[in-house]
Design a protein around this ligand. Structure first.
Ligand code: CIR
Length: 271
């Protein structure tokens, strides 16, 4: 259930741009790692994606839609193709080789906003494994992201003062399947998928019991975008004092996609 927002609450956020991409007709042939394949209702997936885009807009973001890639089943999950920082954008080399074709159009779009660097072979890196918390960048060592990719990420970001920490991810697809940054040195974590030990200087909130996947939330300005599939975690966040907006996402979740995966957010310079 969406929590109503009053107009103007996210005015301070008006200078952020979200890159998104339409859901491909071929999404049923998506990559799957921890889930079994189930039928994805394309119309429903598209309507959930539209609700996501509406939420981003309502929360004050500008949205730019990248061209559709109908032959690329996972193209809607743009997060995996790049890391966008204020100082540069890093085009990734997704761990699933079939997803690498998604990067060209993202690279072309991001070149309008940032100086670009690129992860090169043998490095692999998925954006879903990259958790930015101020100057700390936690990166999942997963089935998709390897040490060479993480070393390249550190090479390009450390000159700007970022500290890169590799964290092993075993039981879920990406690091951000298991943990999200809520701002103010606070993380939302999935205790079944990741330990708190790696985040010692952070306060950790846990997702509610029985809601695996609920730790992936997207902070937009001062609001957390959450999935309607996880009402108990939503309640926890509300009780902890967060503003929450929730959207339906269960159809996209059948493709192992969550909320952060569907956008790349760019801080735009003030005019
Ligand atoms: C994949 O396995 O690559 C896609 N089916 C799901 C990617 C989800 N991306 C993300 O969590 N950042």
């Amino acid at each position: 259930m969406s929590k109503a927002r009053t107009a103007g609450e996210n005015v301070a956020n008006a200078r952020q741009l979200a890159l998104v991409r339409p859901v491909s007709a071929s999404i049923g042939a998506c990559q799957l790692t921890h889930l079994s394949r189930s039928n994805i209702d394309l119309a429903r997936a598209r309507s959930q994606h539209a609700a996501y885009v509406t939420a981003l807009t309502d929360l004050g973001l500008s949205v730019r839609e990248l061209k559709a890639l109908p032959e690329q089943p996972d193209a809607v999950f743009v997060e995996d193709t790049a890391l966008v920082l204020d100082e540069l954008a890093l085009i990734t080399r997704p761990g699933a080789a079939v997803r690498r074709e998604e990067c060209a159009s993202v690279s072309q779009a991001l070149a309008e906003y940032r100086k670009l660097q690129t992860i090169e072979a043998p490095g692999t890196l998925d954006g879903g494994d990259i958790l930015c918390a101020d100057k700390d960048i936690f990166v999942g060592l997963s089935t998709r992201s390897n040490r060479a990719g993480i070393e390249q990420l550190a090479h390009w970001t450390s000159p700007f003062g970022y500290r890169v920490h590799a964290i092993e991810v075993k039981d879920c697809l990406h690091l951000k399947s298991a943990v999200s940054y809520l701002g103010d040195r606070t993380l939302l974590i999935d205790p079944d998928w990741i330990g708190e030990a790696a985040f010692e200087s952070f306060r950790c909130l846990q997702r509610a019991p029985g809601e695996p996947g609920a730790a992936n939330v997207l902070r937009v300005a001062s609001t957390l975008l959450c999935s309607q599939s996880f009402p108990a975690t939503e309640q926890r966040l509300l009780q902890a004092g967060y503003r929450v907006r929730s959207v339906p996402s269960d159809e996209l979740a059948k493709a192992e996609g969550a909320l952060t995966c569907c956008s790349l957010i760019i801080n735009m310079p003030a005019t």
